[in-house]
Design a protein around this ligand. Structure first.
Ligand code: SF4
Ligand code: SF4
Ligand code: SF4
Ligand code: FES
Length: 593
C-alpha cells in the first residue's frame, strides 16, 4: 500500500524520504530552512523549517520522519509569525551591512528576510564584533556574520574528516572557530573551501584577488594570459540564466578577450599533459609490481609499492592521483604514510602554468613585457597551490593569480558584458586544441577514464565504451572497477570527498581492499562542485556532470596522446628534454614524512 501524508490539504505519497521536509520539497513547496543540508547529518537547530500538525503542534520538518496518514500545514499565520520571530532574533545579533557584503544577493539569510518581508527588527542590536581571520590563502572567516547553523562544522567533520573548525562556548557567547582560538592557517585545514560552499551567509567566504587581475589587465607592461579549468564551462552560465551543464567555454573566451586578457587557453590541454605523464607512471608501477610478484629484482621507478605497518605487516599501496591540491594537503596533514605513493605529476593548472611562462619568456624579453599567468578555477584550494614554494621557480610563481568561477562572474558583470548574448570564440594559438579526455578531468572518475584511454592498447570505440561502462562514472563517492591492461587485471578506486579517501586508505592499510590506482578528489562529485563554483544543489551538479560528458562526446579528439599540441610541446616545444623539470614535483613536506 502506498504511504501518503496530507500536506496543505493535498495528498502527497512518499517512500524513501528521510524527513517531512523532503516530502514537502517533492511537492514543489520550499519551506524556509537555515541549518538543513541534505548531504549532512540533521542538526535541527534553527527551527525555521517548522510545520504545524493537526493537533496544532509545531514540528521541525527537517528532523521528523514522515508517517502514513500525517496531516500537516506549511504556511499558517502562526508559522509565518514564528518564522519572522526567529529571523528577527538572528538579525538582531547579525551584521546587516548587506550592500557592502561579499554575499549580497547570494546570501540565504538575506533571501529569507526578503521572502518573509521583514521590514523591521524590533529587538535591540546585540551584535558582537569578532576579529576577521584571513590567515588562510583560500577562505576568510568573519564570525560576526555567523548564524551558528553548523553546516560548516558538519561538512568539515563528516564529509572531509578534517575537523578544523567546531563550536566553542555556549549561549550568546557561542562561536564557530578552530580549536584554542587558533587561526585557520595554523590548523589541519586543507583549503578545500567546502565550508564556504555550504555557509548560507558571508561568515565563511572565499579569498578573492580579481581586483588585482583588473590592475594587471590595465598595466601596458604586462601580458595577461589566462587558462580556464574544465569544470568552469558547465557552471558559469548559471549566473547568467543558462541551465546547469550548458557548455559555455566559448563565451568565456569571448568575454575574457572583451575584458582585455591578451590570450585565453583551456586547461584541458594541461590535463592532456597530466595524462601523458601520469599514465606513464602508472604503467611503470604496474611493471614494477608484476616484476616483484614474479620474484624479479625491482629496478628503477620511484618507490616500492609496499611498506611495513606498525605490526610489521606488508601494506600494498596504489598509485594515488595528484591533481587535487586539497587532497595533497590532506595527505600531508593527516595521512603522511601515503605521500610516497602519490603521483609526482603536477596538477594540470601547474603544468600549464609552467608551459605558459616558458613559452612567453623569449617574447617577453624582446618586447620588454612581463607575462602574468592567471588561472580561472572551480576550486579555492588552487589559490593555496599556486602559492606553494614548489611552484615558484626563480622567485616567480608559474601561476600568479587564481580566480574562481565566482570571481570571473563578478568581473563579467562589472564590465557589463551580456554573457548570454555574446557569440562563442575559440582559444588562442598555439594551445588551441585539447582532447575530450582533458575535459572530463572536471568530474569524479574523469582522471581515471582519461588515463585508461591512454593505457589501453586497442584504440577504438569499443575500448572507449568498455572504459565508460567499467563503473568509474557516476555520482557515488566511492567507486571501484577492474580493467584488463596488458593481460593483467588492474584494480581501480575512485573517491571524492576526503572522508571517503580516509576510509579507503584505512581499508587499504588493513588489507581489506587492494587497488593499483586510486583517484582522489577532495570535493564531493569532483571539480564541478568545487567551492569556487556558483552554489547549487545535487540535482544541478548532476546536470553539470552530464554537461562534461556531453562536451567529451562532442570532442573530435578523445585521447590525450592524439592531441597535436601535446606532440609539438614534447617534440621541439618547451617540454623537449625538460618534462621532469616542468611537469613533475616533489613536495617538500613529503621529504619530511
Ligand atoms: S551575510 Fe547576508 S545578511 Fe549578512 S550582511 Fe552579508 S548579505 Fe547581509
Ligand atoms: S576549507 Fe575544508 S578543511 Fe578547511 S575548514 Fe573548510 S571544510 Fe574544513
Ligand atoms: S560559519 Fe556559516 S556555515 Fe558555519 S555556522 Fe556560521 S553561518 Fe553556518
Ligand atoms: S532547517 Fe530544520 S531546524 Fe534548521
Amino acid at each position: 500500500m502506498a504511504k501518503y501524508m496530507i500536506i496543505d490539504g493535498i495528498r502527497a505519497d512518499f517512500d524513501q524520504e528521510k524527513n517531512i521536509l523532503q516530502v514537502i520539497n517533492g511537492m514543489g513547496i520550499h519551506v524556509p530552512t537555515l541549518c538543513y543540508y541534505s548531504d549532512l547529518s540533521i542538526y535541527g537547530a534553527c527551527r525555521m523549517c517548522m510545520v504545524e500538525d493537526e493537533r496544532g503542534s509545531l514540528i521541525a520538518s527537517c528532523s521528523t520522519p514522515p508517517k502514513h496518514g500525517m496531516v500537516i500545514k506549511t504556511n499558517t499565520p502562526r508559522l509565518q509569525h514564528h518564522r519572522r520571530m526567529i529571523l528577527e532574533l538572528i538579525l538582531a545579533s547579525h551584521c546587516r551591512d548587506c550592500t557592502v557584503c561579499e554575499k549580497n544577493q547570494t546570501c540565504r539569510l538575506q533571501e529569507l528576510a526578503a521572502r518573509l518581508e521583514l521590514n523591521d527588527i524590533r529587538f535591540p542590536n546585540t551584535r558582537k564584533q569578532h576579529p576577521i581571520d584571513d590567515s588562510s590563502p583560500s577562505i576568510i572567516r568573519d564570525p560576526s556574520k555567523c548564524i551558528l547553523c553548523g553546516d560548516c562544522v558538519r561538512v568539515c567533520n563528516e564529509v572531509q574528516h578534517v575537523g578544523a573548525i567546531d563550536f566553542a562556548q555556549r549561549g550568546s557567547e557561542a562561536i564557530v572557530t578552530p580549536a584554542f582560538g587558533k587561526k585557520l592557517a595554523e590548523t589541519d585545514c586543507v583549503n578545500c573551501g567546502q565550508c564556504a560552499a555550504v555557509c548560507p551567509t558571508a561568515a565563511i567566504r572565499i579569498q578573492t584577488c580579481h581586483n588585482s587581475v583588473w590592475r594587471e589587465i590595465y598595466n601596458p607592461k604586462k601580458r595577461v594570459v589566462a587558462q580556464i579549468a574544465p569544470a568552469v564551462r558547465v557552471a558559469i552560465g548559471e549566473a547568467f540564466g543558462m541551465n546547469p551543464g550548458e557548455d559555455s567555454i566559448g563565451k568565456v573566451f569571448t568575454a575574457m578577450r572583451m575584458m582585455g586578457f591578451d590570450a585565453v587557453f583551456d586547461t584541458c590541454l594541461g590535463a592532456d599533459l597530466t595524462i601523458m605523464e601520469e599514465a606513464k607512471e602508472l604503467a611503470e608501477k604496474l611493471e614494477r609490481d608484476a616484476a616483484a610478484s614474479a620474484g624479479q629484482a625491482v629496478n628503477g621507478g620511484t618507490k616500492d609499492a609496499t611498506q611495513d605497518d606498525a605490526s610489521g605487516k606488508k601494506v600494498s599501496f596504489p598509485l594515488f592521483t595528484s591533481c587535487c591540491p586539497a587532497w595533497i594537503r590532506y595527505a600531508e596533514n593527516l595521512h603522511p604514510e601515503v605521500l610516497p605513493y602519490i603521483s609526482t605529476c603536477k596538477s594540470p593548472m601547474e603544468m600549464f602554468g609552467a608551459v605558459i611562462k616558458e613559452y612567453y619568456k623569449k617574447q617577453d624579453e624582446e618586447e620588454g613585457r612581463e607575462t602574468v599567468s592567471i588561472a580561472v578555477m572551480p576550486c579555492v584550494a588552487k589559490k593555496m597551490e599556486a602559492g606553494r614554494e614548489e611552484f615558484i621557480r626563480g622567485g616567480v610563481p608559474d601561476v600568479d593569480y587564481v580566480i574562481t568561477t565566482k570571481e570571473l562572474i563578478r568581473m563579467i558583470r562589472e564590465s557589463g558584458i551580456q554573457f548570454d548574448e555574446i557569440d562563442p570564440e575559440a582559444p588562442d594559438m598555439p594551445f588551441s586544441i585539447s582532447s575530450g579526455a582533458g575535459v572530463i578531468f572536471g568530474v569524479t572518475g574523469g582522471v581515471t577514464e582519461a588515463a585508461l584511454r591512454r593505457l589501453v592498447k586497442e584504440k577504438n570505440t569499443q575500448t572507449l565504451r568498455d572504459i565508460k561502462f567499467s563503473g568509474i562514472r557516476g555520482m557515488e563517492g566511492v567507486k571501484a572497477a577492474e580493467m584488463e591492461l596488458d593481460g593483467r587485471t588492474v584494480r581501480i578506486g575512485v573517491v571524492s570527498g576526503l572522508g571517503n579517501a580516509d576510509n579507503l586508505i584505512e581499508k587499504i592499510k588493513s588489507g581489506e581492499e587492494h587497488f593499483d590506482f586510486v583517484e582522489v578528489m577532495a570535493c564531493p562529485y569532483g571539480c564541478i562542485a568545487g567551492a569556487g563554483q556558483p552554489f547549487c544543489h545535487k540535482v544541478d551538479k548532476k546536470e553539470r556532470m552530464k554537461g562534461m560528458y556531453k562536451a567529451d562526446s562532442a570532442a573530435s579528439i578523445k585521447r590525450s596522446e592524439e592531441n597535436p599540441v601535446v606532440y609539438n610541446l614534447y617534440h621541439g616545444g618547451v617540454l623537449e628534454g625538460r618534462e621532469h623539470e616542468l611537469l613533475h614535483v616533489h613536495y617538500k613536506r613529503a621529504e619530511k614524512a
